[in-house]
Design a protein around this ligand. Structure first.
Ligand code: F6R
Length: 589
């Protein structure tokens, strides 16, 4: 949800570095982009509509600057609404990520006091409020502190002033991370891949803090105004993990990486698994929460815990969590599942849980994220940077950690290790060029359809819903997932000659019933794509998956669906890495 970059150097030209960094954050928003640099106290700006990687830019001079790639919230996608936004004097430029909740009243106030606002965005008011502070004789730092306390909601921004020659960042909600090198240059960005090729030494700005960026970094708590000391930590991501390499798309690269990421996900602190398992076993209520695909992982967790640990856990879409607030006790456990660790709805839910005294556990990919910092225990899924907007490798790694946790609850982590090792070996064998070509062939049979339905039973039911998310977001075909038994209670009315129905099948007790459900739609004209270890005569097309343990079948069945979605999206001519209207990290409610 918008990407921010900033760069300061003693000597270097900032623009090329900002451009390179911003291209790496394109997955966060790709409606429009812009830059501002300071060149001998001249503030230069450039703003463009479209994707940064498809657009020619003019190089701006100067050794410090800011950049922004936008996912529109307030105002249309056009140049005027693109960041950076400036004040009336044109001497302050601001890039922003978040939503200013009291935007209307602040805008009315500014207009009444004589400011001319040019855009429809909430961001622009930040530049004018900073201008007001400077006019009242405040330093830029004081003015940033003042407005950080004035605006409500999750807001992070970086301001650049040509009057004072300073760059200051403020974080409240959306992530901002500093990349530190040798003291001669400093990076700041919404996500680490923006500067991963330059440095692995990072400092996370916390919520409620500002940072004055330059030769010496100074951090302040914006509530108290007190200076704070920060730690520099070294992260172990590899720069090439965030690059395309030989692949045409991140989505395909990340699907293929599942050969390795399932193994990395197994690399968990065993003591933590045991401690958290004890808490799960003793808890008064366990809630798994997440959004979108991560919410589907929570739904899958319900089946995994039921089957493996004979335990009922609740899964709730994070944006609905507040409705369950009255069930929360200090002995309740809330387990967040998230790739980014920054999703606003999940953070809101966790804050509710925290207020109620619940213990918070998280299953996350992004190290140092906001969720990690409010969790009592974190299980890192170790999938490496996931850049395609559609989540693939993070999803299967999250499911792997759920399986480990469920087995930890019955004191049998060894069995989880066995299941996951067996699975990852078979996934490795499955993802070969012949398999890819076959899925490409199946994609060709269905890519012109307007609807696709997916059915599953048992643990493959939540997977049917996740499959629909994958198909919809990259192919824009209407897709819907159902429990096999539900079709005849309504949706079967939509089946006509040639409608593709994907049946997700595991070698478990639901197999015969889901085949009957597939038969019910086939006899009404549907084309059946069976995703299963064994062929069946009712399939029009068969996508073979390996025979694995029942709880692992969701991973084995999901990977070909990810590949199918990718291929359909490509056949329909879409940019599968950056689907329309979406953004990778959803930091607004
Ligand atoms: C779909 C997808 C989204 C995310 C959701 C939560 O492919 O990626 O549905 O799963 O926005 O994001 P995280 O996992 O970062 O909390």
């Amino acid at each position: 949800m918008c990407g921010i970059v900033g760069y300061w150097s003693e000597t270097e030209n900032a623009f090329d570095i900002l451009l390179n960094s911003l291209k790496k954050l394109e997955y966060r928003g790709y409606d429009s982009f812009g830059f501002a640099t300071l060149n001998n106290r001249d503030l230069m700006t450039e703003r463009k509509v479209g994707k940064i990687s498809d657009t020619q830019c003019e190089r701006l001079p100067g050794n410090m600057g800011i950049g922004h790639t936008r996912w529109a919230t307030h105002g249309k996608v056009n140049e005027i609404n693109s960041h950076p936004h400036k004040d009336c004097s044109g001497k302050i430029a601001v890039v922003h990520n978040g939503i200013i909740e009291n935007f209307k009243e602040l805008r009315d106030y500014l207009e009444k006091t004589g400011h001319t606002l040019r855009s429809e965005t909430d961001t622009e008011i930040l530049a004018h409020l900073l201008e007001e502070g400077l006019k009242k004789g405040m330093s830029l730092k004081e003015s940033v502190i003042r407005i950080s306390n004035l605006v409500r909601g999750r807001n992070s921004f970086v301001a650049l002033s040509s009057d004072t020659g300073e760059m200051i960042a403020s974080r409240n909600g959306s992530p901002l991370i500093l990349g530190i090198t040798n003291g001669k240059e400093v990076f700041i960005a919404s996500d680490i891949p923006a500067f991963l090729d330059k440095t692995k030494k990072v400092t996370y700005l916390d919520d409620g803090q500002i940072c004055c960026i330059g030769e010496h970094l100074e951090f302040y708590d914006f509530k108290t105004g007190n200076q704070v000391q920060k730690r520099v930590i070294e992260i172990d991501w590899k720069a090439e993990e965030a690059e395309l390499g030989d692949y045409k798309h991140f989505m395909l690269k990340e699907i293929m990486e599942q050969k390795e990421t399932l193994i990395s996900a197994m690399n968990q602190n065993k003591e933590h698994l045991i401690e958290v398992a004890k808490r799960i076993n003793g808890a008064k209520g366990v809630f798994f929460i997440g959004c979108g695909t991560a919410a589907r992982v929570c739904h899958i967790a319900e089946y995994v815990f039921s089957k493996v640990a004979n335990k009922h856990i609740n899964y709730i879409t994070a944006s609905e969590f507040e409705n369950y607030e009255h069930f929360l006790l200090p002995e309740t456990l809330v387990i967040a599942v998230s790739q980014s660790g920054e999703t606003a709805d999940v953070l809101d839910a966790l804050n509710i849980a925290k207020r109620k005294g619940c213990k918070i556990i998280s299953i996350l990919n992004n190290p140092g994220s906001s969720m990690e910092r409010i969790s009592d225990y974190t299980f890192p899924i170790n999938a490496g940077p996931e850049k395609a907007v559609a989540s693939t490798k993070a999803t299967t790694s999250q499911i792997a950690v759920v399986i480990l946790l469920a087995y930890a609850c019955i004191e049998n982590i060894k069995e989880a290790d066995r299941i996951l090792l067996d699975l990852s070996g078979k996934v490795n064998d499955m993802l070969n060029p012949r398999y890819e070509a076959h899925i490409g062939y199946v994609a060709k049979q269905v890519y012109k359809n307007k609807d696709i339905f997916i059915i599953g039973r048992g643990i493959n039911y939540p997977l049917a819903i996740e499959s629909a998310i994958k198909l919809m977001e990259v192919s824009y075909i209407h897709a819907q997932g159902f429990a096999g038994g539900e079709l005849k209670h309504g949706p079967i009315a939509l089946i006509e000659k040639g409608t593709p129905v994907i049946a997700l099948i595991a070698e478990d007790k639901t197999k015969e019933e889901i085949l009957s459900n597939a038969m019910e739609v086939k006899s009404r004209g549907a084309i059946i794509i069976g995703v299963s270890p064994e062929k069946n005569e009712i399939f029009d097309y068969w996508i073979k998956t390996p025979k694995v343990d029942e709880v692992a079948s969701v991973i084995a069945n999901l990977i070909p669906i990810q590949l199918l979605s990718y291929n359909i999206g490509i056949l329909r001519g879409y940019n599968v890495d950056y689907p329309r209207n979406l953004a990778k990290s959803v930091t607004v409610r």
